[in-house]
Design a binder for this molecule. Structure first.
Ligand code: CA
Ligand code: CA
Ligand code: CA
Length: 256
């Protein structure tokens, strides 16, 4: 019976995994600088990830989220490029404004920057998607803890929204350019925030420098801290000890 339940659970998770994989967008926003410290540069670089060698045409949209501008497509930048051998495409553009903002990567946009409003009645719910085709990815970044008056639309567009990290991040990036989002504030104070606005710097280490941009290169990836692994080892030791005691044998921690 236990074997049957285990097999059923395994099949369920396998099914969910298959569904997620098949529905995952092939093109993602992988690295973006919401608030560049100092004087705004004339040009910034955003990074997208996709399939190596694949061409991509689309638009990068900046959708405002502050009072008086909810849902306004402030900028709509045409993209026409090809992913490199690492599946990375670097897009040069004039920096976006840095209030609360949602950045979306879409296949097509037929509206007009500065005019098209995705949230006509300003209630935080998108009600006009007629100008947009196929959202590939979207990420909302807020610069305020006042989430009643500062709105992001990433989740509604099929992407994600950062909770307030205590500041507007200077850098956000996906794990290994395709995975979970992380945010770095300015100053960073040694903190690395996840989507929920939780500082995870003490829980994980990164394969590369998580505090610096890696435009054009695969992003750093998170690995559990040795202390976390030690914690898992302790749990394992406890479990083995319990199991062995049940069998009246001497616990053997080394078997973990
Ligand atoms: Ca509006
Ligand atoms: Ca609305
Ligand atoms: Ca990168």
């Amino acid at each position: 019976m236990r074997a049957f339940i285990f097999q059923s659970i395994t099949l369920l998770f396998t099914g969910i995994g298959t569904l997620w994989t098949s529905s995952a967008p092939a093109v993602l926003i992988s690295e973006y600088q919401p608030d560049i410290p100092g004087l705004p540069p004339l040009t910034t670089q955003s990074e997208f990830s996709g399939v190596a060698g694949m061409p991509f045409r689309g638009f990068l949209l900046a959708i405002r989220g502050e009072v008086g501008s909810y849902g306004l497509v402030d900028r709509a930048l045409s993209i026409d490029g090809t992913f490199n051998s690492n599946g990375i495409y670097v897009f040069d553009h004039r920096p976006f404004l840095n209030p609360t903002l949602t950045v979306a990567l879409v296949d097509d946009f037929t509206g007009q920057a500065g005019v098209t409003d995705l949230d006509g009645d300003d209630d935080g719910i998108i009600d006009n998607l007629a100008s947009i085709s196929s959202v590939r990815d979207a990420i909302g970044i807020t610069d305020s803890s006042d989430t009643q008056n500062n709105l992001t639309y990433g989740q509604q567009l099929g992407g994600a929204d950062f909770a307030f990290t205590g500041d507007e991040p200077r850098l956000i990036f996906r794990d290994a350019s395709v995975g979970d989002w992380y945010a770095i504030n300015s100053p960073d104070n040694g903190q690395i925030f996840d989507l929920n606005g939780r500082d995870i710097a003490g829980d994980v280490a990164f394969s590369g420098d998580a505090f610096s941009t890696s435009i054009g290169q695969i992003n750093p990836t998170a690995v559990p801290e040795p202390t976390s692994m030690a914690g898992l080892g302790s749990l394992c030791a406890v479990a083995v000890g319990w199991f062995r005691r049940r069998r009246n044998t001497t616990p053997a921690v080394s078997s973990c």
